[in-house]
Design a binder for this molecule. Structure first.
Ligand code: AP5
Length: 204
């Protein structure tokens, strides 16, 4: 369980979900958001990869699922997220939740056990662009991700496409669609506008 949801609610701590297909640039934009706004960033993919790297029995099961491009159960993902978020000081400026929810039930479970989402940044990108970016990242990086190969990328995109409209349909007021085909700083200018407007609205 998340150990201080009451405080998050009482403090009206901003909560942002960051959605987008594999390679749409979620991690890239989150790094820029953290630099500017000092929010606490939690990537569910990173939390899961940390669990795999720990060599635990649970990590071994997770690795098989992630290698195929399928989704891990929400019990596992939300459990890791709650533990990580629960370690953050209550004076936290905001939560940036990257790669979650990936199914509509995940969103409802998060809001029930933690707090309601303020805005969803949704990075829209064509499949061809996402594939090219991931393959480029894989070619440049010293650390190979087990899911960064063409076959798994296709399944990751299919999984993403199957679920995303269903999720966004539940949050029309909170969703901010951002064209992620453009240059990183141009995209970030739109991200800043969305976050600044959200922060201003919360202050009222
Ligand atoms: P996760 O780790 O979240 O991976 P992903 O969604 O597939 O996304 P990536 O991390 O590959 O890409 P990104 O969008 O962050 O792009 P990046 O900024 O790196 O999830 C992995 C797996 O974990 C899932 O498949 C699933 O199995 C499991 N999982 C995770 N969350 C789960 C959940 N909630 N429930 C169940 N299972 C879950 O950018 C990519 C590249 O493009 C970089 O090289 C970057 O430099 C470049 N780039 C970025 N922006 C631009 C730009 N504007 N122009 C040019 N290049 C750019």
């Amino acid at each position: 369980m998340f150990n201080h949801p009451e405080q998050v609610r009482e403090n009206n701590t901003p909560i942002i979900w960051v959605l987008g297909g594999p390679g749409s640039g979620k991690g890239t934009q989150c790094a820029k958001i953290v630099d500017k706004y000092s929010f606490s960033h939690f990537s569910t993919g990173d939390l899961l990869r940390d669990e795999v790297a720990s060599g635990s029995e649970r990590g071994k099961q997770l690795q098989e699922i992630m290698k195929s491009g399928d989704l891990v159960s929400n019990e596992q993902v939300l459990g890791l997220l709650e533990i990580a978020m629960g370690k953050v000081d209550a004076s936290v400026k905001g939560f940036l939740i990257d790669g979650y929810p990936r199914q509509k039930d995940q969103g409802a479970a998060f809001e029930k056990s933690i707090a309601p989402v303020d805005i969803i940044l949704y990075f829209e990108c064509r499949d061809e662009t996402m594939v090219a970016r991931i393959l480029h990242r894989a070619a440049q990086s010293a650390e190979k991700r087990a899911d960064d190969n063409e076959e798994t990328i296709k399944n990751r995109i299919a999984t993403f496409s199957k679920n995303t409209n269903e999720i966004l349909a539940l949050y029309p007021q909170q969703t901010r669609r951002i064209d992620a085909e453009r240059a990183i700083d141009v995209i970030f200018a739109d991200v800043e506008k969305a976050i600044d407007a959200m922060l201003a609205a919360k202050k009222k």
